[in-house]
Ligand binder design. Sequence first.
Ligand SMILES: Cc1cc2nc3c(=O)[nH]c(=O)nc-3n(C[C@H](O)[C@H](O)[C@H](O)COP(=O)(O)OP(=O)(O)OC[C@H]3O[C@@H](n4cnc5c(N)ncnc54)[C@H](O)[C@@H]3O)c2cc1C
Length: 387
Amino acid sequence: MNVDLTPEQDQLRDAVRALGRKYGHGYFVEKAKTGGHTTELWNEAGRLGYLGVNIPGEYGGGGGGITELAIVCEELAAAGCPLLLLVVSPAIAATVINRHGTEEQRKRFLPGFADGSLKVVFAITEPEAGSNFHRLGTVARRDGDDWLLSGRKCYISGVDEAQYVLVVARTEDAATGKLKPALFVVPTDAPGLTRSKLDMEILSPENQFLLYLDEVRLPADALVGESLDAGLPALFAGLNPERITVAAMGAGTGRYAIERASEYTATRKVWGGRSIGSHQGVAHPLAHAAVQVELARLMIHKAAVLYDAGRDLEAGVAGNMAKYASGEAAALAVDTAVQALGGAGMTTEYGVATLLGAVRAGRIAPVSREMILNFVAQHVLGQDKSY
Ligand SMILES: Cc1cc2nc3c(=O)[nH]c(=O)nc-3n(C[C@H](O)[C@H](O)[C@H](O)COP(=O)(O)OP(=O)(O)OC[C@H]3O[C@@H](n4cnc5c(N)ncnc54)[C@H](O)[C@@H]3O)c2cc1C
């Protein structure tokens, strides 16, 4: 594996870093506290082509891969702007449509992903099913050529900002009579689709929602892919990009926190002439967190390179490990940064405690640390399932 980025990837990293710093964490926090969205940042990133780096060139995108999208996610987060919508829209939804949509769906949706004008969020989680997607209760049934969708989804991010939500439902297989997963592109203003905003203890301009689908009528071409057989592979297609980009976002957040804390501890003096960073009790936890973040970044790069090389199974293992490592490292880095700043760490002004909720959530969503450990135990260590 080559650990160096290509010159183009290096340029992308520098350019996204500059854009992120132009907005910065103050902008992110202000939007979160006033109930706004990071629309200006999103639109500018879209205009500059950063949101469509992984969309094929023939549909107006950058023609790159998840490596490039992970760079965008990491650098914006490293500037204090961790955007979850990057994970759900260009990473999950665009990949699913690109890989498993019909040509008509690719032509219809991919150009909007490429320039960022289209946001499609992703709805799989349900109140009763939780981590067990085999229990999904959202059902799609045929009514003539149309589909009728009914069910409930929870914690769905960004519905208020998106034009569509990619809903994971179940349909009856005519051959076996069994229910199998299928994905539907549902307009967020479709009759029968209602939402209520959840009160979350996360300081973020991106919101989570409960979704209620009550006989939502959809045309035949709302089903992703040519047939119901596309459902399961389409669902799995989104998983690796999701794990890799959310991990990149976590690593960027960790870098941001460590940078803030290091600047502070290098200059803060409360015992005469020495900085508090000269005390190993302050510096070592920061150095330890920096090591964890850097290890996570290495695994993210490995997972992205494997994914872009089409080595999906290996990318699955590396992507899950990267997501686990990054989730833990980001939480450690932010908590350590808060501690190193003392009282200043808890202020809004210094901009680190503002990320505590987000990094805590990163150990639960989009896949919890326990479900990743289950995956590793079963697929790497050959252990039996307990469930
Ligand atoms: C900020 C945020 C944004 C989100 N955005 C989205 C979104 O856009 N779209 C979407 O579909 N979902 C979204 N989610 C939902 C998220 O994916 C789920 O919360 C997550 O998958 C866990 O499901 P659950 O909350 O139902 O937990 P549960 O499944 O109820 O699990 C509760 C706890 O038990 C543990 N657990 C469960 N089963 C096992 C097991 N077999 N072995 C060991 N431990 C186990 C879990 O790890 C967890 O710690 C979001 C969640 C958050 C917090």
